[in-house]
Design a protein around this ligand. Structure first.
Ligand code: SF4
Ligand code: SF4
Ligand code: SF4
Length: 354
């Protein structure tokens, strides 16, 4: 059902069933928020998204209150703005937030909220605590002192990718994100899918291989499809154009195949692209059994001759062909046609069943 409401004096239309925050975002009206993510849903934990709603007592968390027809909402009244500022100031005070050296600088939702609210210098000076990082895993670094305890990584790990590794451990001031029974990430059951890194709103969970390789605004984003398997996850390459180098990979949020999620290969297995060991020419073994570079005509002629020899001596069924999920449907079709018509065998299969 189409409804209308007013946010900060602007009348907007929306479909019933959305929260105030969702309606604001759909209409490009910014309300600070940290613990809400489209995939993990409302958490009402950080309380940075508080607003005034006419007819309701006190401030409301816009991520969890459903929008209703005729509702009048204000996110920038003195009371709402003061409460939002207090939340952001407390988060900045609790931890080790040094944007100058943080990997998330320029791509941080806490920074965005501070900028929007005009917080130049955090209101509370708390003695800086030493960074507490977990660098034990292959591809991910957890910087606990930048964690704002929003819980998005935990929700995503347990309910989106369902790997059930993360939880909050300990209590009060000591509360922190833990892996399994407080194991280092590298010793835990984490499969390094990186969903927690993608969904973390700040620089608390970051991709190890991207550290120091470029700021968010320096990297060109190119959307493409993962080459590893037949699922066809959509991903974004973050490229340092000056070095012609992939710095990191993220999943495309909202993509029908993967909705931002990736596996460890798709997210972190990209160094082959610039590897000097990549084969660019066919290799043929010489008389001594050593591989030597050859031109394509010579290589194809050799393969054709070998096929002919095997077929003549042992019959076509002595040959089998395995194709790949990394190629297109059309290429797979052409391959089975080649095996059946040119080679003369039905011995044809696909890597997905190996
Ligand atoms: S997490 Fe965000 S606010 Fe904290 S240091 Fe990094 S960029 Fe700054
Ligand atoms: S990398 Fe994946 S499996 Fe590991 S903690 Fe993060 S979301 Fe869970
Ligand atoms: S690590 Fe990131 S996503 Fe997880 S609770 Fe901390 S700030 Fe939130």
């Amino acid at each position: 059902m189409a409804c209308t409401m007013t946010i900060n004096g602007k009348q907007v239309a929306f479909e019933k069933g959305k929260t105030i925050l969702e309606v604001a975002r759909d209409n490009e009206l910014y309300i600070p928020s940290l613990c809400y993510h489209r995939k993990t849903g409302p958490a009402s934990k950080c309380r940075a998204c508080v607003v005034e709603v006419e007819g309701m007592r006190g401030l409301q968390t816009s991520c969890s209150v459903e929008a209703t027809d005729g509702m009048v909402v204000n996110s920038d009244t003195p009371d709402a703005a003061a409460a939002q500022k207090m939340v952001i100031n407390l988060l900045l005070a609790n931890g080790h937030h040094n944007c100058l050296s943080c990997e998330a600088n320029g791509d941080c939702e806490l920074q965005d909220a501070a900028y929007y609210l005009g917080i130049e210098v955090p209101a509370f000076l708390v003695e800086t605590e030493a960074p507490l990082t977990d660098e034990s895993s292959e591809f991910i670094v957890i910087d606990h002192k930048k964690c704002i305890k929003c819980g998005r990584c935990i929700e995503a790990d347990n309910c989106t990718v369902v790997n059930e590794v993360l939880d909050f451990g300990f209590r009060g001031h000591d509360t922190k994100v833990i892996c399994d029974d407080n194991l280092p990430m590298g010793d835990s059951s984490c499969v390094q899918c990186g969903e927690c890194s993608q969904i973390c709103p700040v620089g608390a969970i970051i991709d190890k291989k991207a550290i120091g390789k470029g700021r968010a605004w320096e990297l060109k984003r190119v959307d493409t499809v993962c080459t590893y398997c037949g699922v066809g996850c959509q991903l974004t390459l973050h490229i340092n154009e000056k070095k012609n180098e992939i710095v990191k990979i993220t999943g495309v949020e909202g993509a029908p195949t993967n909705d931002g999620m990736l596996c460890v290969k798709g997210r972190y297995g990209y160094e082959f692209v610039n590897s000097p060991e990549r084969l660019t020419m066919p290799l043929i073994r010489n008389q001594q059994g050593i591989l030597e570079e050859a031109d394509w005509d010579a290589a194809l002629a050799l393969v054709a001759r070998k096929f002919q020899e095997i077929k003549t001596q042992h019959g076509a069924d002595a040959i089998a062909g395995l194709c790949s999920a990394k190629v297109t449907n059309e290429e797979n079709y052409a391959f089975q046609k080649f095996m059946r018509r040119e080679i003369g065998t039905n011995n044809v299969d696909h890597c997905a069943r190996l």
